[in-house]
Design a binder for this molecule. Structure first.
Ligand code: SF4
Length: 386
């Protein structure tokens, strides 16, 4: 039986917070035998609800009538089921690691997968941290979903429903067959030496896949907000994912390598309709992606947003590639209430940039600054390696 987590010292009423949400999807009415699920974000509500990934996964779960989904953040939560069957975490930032353990503790659940029994829910997780390297967290998760959530999440839940009444080991062995689902307890790690270097990782038997394939979504409809709220860290923002990954492949960059290949949202079929939907409920628009300005139709998107009917929107844009900062982009941002732009130059040395495959020289940084000023921006934020 799960008990409610302790009330934080600065109490925020969940009713007040959740009632401020405008949903852009229609939650299903759970069926009588819907599986109770807790879907958690290991940080405060304002942070979690600003995560586009969390929003979309929550909506995907909540639109299934075979699930009864309750949300859990570190400060507030929905009424929680006494006996959840699944507890999921969206894991975006490594520093939230400790909060996952705290939430498991607050739910009176064993921290380690090995200590859980048939009486406990299955603990699953996904998101960039786990996809990048699940091993540091392998002891704590029963299941890890690797790669893009589109398709993978529904395949996972469909497979779970097939073995819902089975014992825990049967469930795990069945779910391990779903492409992209990694069940750490079904693999044995052999180390070369006591210093921790891994020699090999083998499945416990031949029925378990030898390798788990990270899932890659190939469609041209990318993510868009499913909820808008003034309580988000970026107040009342509606977010659209313009691109996924980045074609530049700077050697150090997880945002590029983790999510390759570079994919773009279809402007006419996906991006513009999504923007229209969002602007029905808010006037704040965020364009997200590791390399937004490299969308092949970015100029057309700027022209579209430059029309008079969009004059009152507040436009935010993720970090842009330095040599794509134009006066036109700067002017549009200024017109839409943005005063500064962020560029990642990494270092002041052209030579170091060549070594890390950052295809940028100092002259281009100066040109970006000139263009930003010409467009009316008053500040540039530089990301530089410390
Ligand atoms: S340009 Fe930026 S997002 Fe793209 S690979 Fe380089 S650091 Fe990553």
């Amino acid at each position: 039986m799960i008990s409610d987590p302790p009330v934080p010292s600065t109490f925020i009423s969940p009713v007040t917070v959740f009632s401020a949400e405008t949903l852009l999807f229609t939650p299903a009415t759970p069926s009588a035998d819907a599986a109770p699920v807790i879907f958690a974000f290991p940080n405060e509500y304002s942070v979690g609800i600003t995560s586009l990934g969390y929003q979309v996964i929550w909506a995907t779960l909540a639109m299934r009538p075979d699930l009864q989904v309750s949300r859990l953040f570190t400060d507030i939560h929905d009424p929680l089921p006494g006996h959840p069957e699944l507890v999921g975490f969206s894991f975006s930032w490594e520093l939230d690691y400790v909060n996952i353990l705290s939430l498991l503790e607050s739910l009176n659940l064993p921290l380690r997968s090995a200590d859980r029994s048939d009486a406990h829910p299955l603990i699953f997780g996904g998101g960039p941290v786990l996809t990048a390297n699940p091993e540091p967290f392998a002891d704590f998760f029963d299941l890890v979903l690797l790669g893009d959530g589109e398709g993978l999440l529904d395949a996972f839940i469909d497979a779970y429903q097939q073995v819902r009444l089975a014992d825990r080991l049967t469930q795990l062995r069945h779910l391990a067959q779903v492409p992209g689902v990694y069940v750490p307890s079904l693999y044995q790690v052999t180390y070369k030496a006591t210093d921790g270097e891994i020699e090999r990782i083998d499945p416990v038997d031949e029925a378990i896949p030898a390798q788990v394939q990270k899932q890659t979504y190939r469609g041209s409809t990318l993510l868009a907000s499913t909820v808008v709220t003034e309580k988000a860290a970026w107040e009342s923002i509606y977010m659209v994912e313009v691109v996924r990954s980045c074609p530049e492949m700077c050697r150090f960059c997880l945002a590029s390598y983790l999510t390759l290949p570079f994919r773009t949202a279809s402007l006419e079929a996906s991006l513009l309709p999504a923007i229209e939907r969002g602007l029905q409920v808010t006037n704040r628009l965020g364009l997200l992606g590791a390399s937004v300005t490299q969308h092949p139709e970015f100029e057309s998107l700027l022209d579209h947003l430059d029309q008079p009917q969009y004059d009152d929107i507040r436009l935010s844009i993720a970090s842009v590639r330095t040599n794509t900062v134009t006066a036109k982009l700067a002017r549009l941002l200024v017109k839409h209430d943005t005063r500064s732009i962020t560029i990642a130059v990494e270092t002041g040395s052209d030579r170091l940039r060549r070594i890390i495959n950052k295809k940028l020289d100092n002259d281009e940084i100066v040109t970006a600054a000139i263009n930003a000023k010409a467009g009316g921006l008053s500040a540039i934020k530089l990301y530089v390696a410390g």
